[in-house]
Design a binder for this molecule. Sequence first.
Ligand SMILES: O=C(COP(=O)(O)O)[C@@H](O)[C@H](O)[C@H](O)[C@H](O)COP(=O)(O)O
Ligand SMILES: [Mn+2]
Ligand SMILES: [Mn+2]
Length: 345
Amino acid sequence: MDNAIGLEIIEVVEQAAIASARLMGKGEKDEADRVAVEAMRERMNKIHMRGRIVIGEGERDDAPMLYIGEQVGICTREDAQDVCNIDELIEIDIAVDPCEGTNLVAYGQNGSMAVLAISEKGGLFAAPDFYMNKLAAPAAAKNHVDIRKTPTQNLKIISDCLGRSVEDLVVVVMDRPRHKDLINEIRQAGARVRLISDGDVSAAISCAFSGSNIHALMGIGAAPEGVISAAAMRCLGGHFQGQLIYDPAVVKTGLIGESKESNIARLKEMGITDPDKIYNAEELASGETVLFAACGITPGTLMDGVRFFGGGARTESLVISSQSKTARFVDTIHMFDQPKSLQLN
Ligand SMILES: O=C(COP(=O)(O)O)[C@@H](O)[C@H](O)[C@H](O)[C@H](O)COP(=O)(O)O
Ligand SMILES: [Mn+2]
Ligand SMILES: [Mn+2]
């Protein structure tokens, strides 16, 4: 994969975050999503790359989307051979969530971000727009915890691996009726629960960073977000497992079709013959090279949100590369016109 992409994708997520942040607190969920999608598409189409969207969230709730199969980048144009070099012409797959946490943006709440992951063709699991049961944990607990074990067992393992008591663990769970028993069990085990209304990508990745005060993510969120989280965790060495949820009776949201049987048939059509397979991070993001980028829209655990000032804005992004083995926090000042002054920090 062309090295320069790593730098360009910072701007892709920054532009999406800035566009969406302008709608922060306006109560306009779809618009906050739409502008992020448009900004992301516009900036991606200025990059010398031959990209294909393999995860373009939006199908689930008719939100605006970068659609699956959409070609992005200068090197997808007809004149690509004339304007792109050999490296740039190599096909790459892209998973995007231009506004992860649209409700959070619309209602001015913490934890939203613009996010994407890139790998070579075939390097990212093209997850259907189903749900996914997820388990994320710090690197120290990688392959010791297991989604097949009970939450109580996994909490004990994390506590042993981190050398802290279960009472000192914080588990993020999405605040949904489907998690009633899970939340009760975590509390019974002695750990503390941080309920979030949206935004489980940020929560999953936070597990890889000590100091985030998040030690696990448990429960059911969306599958596309699971792949994006896995891409970051694969690079960071953190633990991530996911299992597709295809039974509408489990989530009861009406968003994944009429019946379990029709969903199994849909998965089969997509080439997923074992619908109960448990995927780890390396399977969900299996490419030799994986890149991940996120930019905070509203303030979050990992990054601050977009802060506008007279004539500009300041953003915080995280770019992770499996190739260079780096997790880079990027603090950027954007000058829209001539700002009166630029704040040092
Ligand atoms: O909170 C989320 C919403 O994402 P977005 O639509 O891009 O703003 C995600 O982090 C969740 O993983 C997921 O989408 C959610 O759990 C599924 O929605 P729900 O049916 O409300 O649980
Ligand atoms: Mn999302
Ligand atoms: Mn989204």
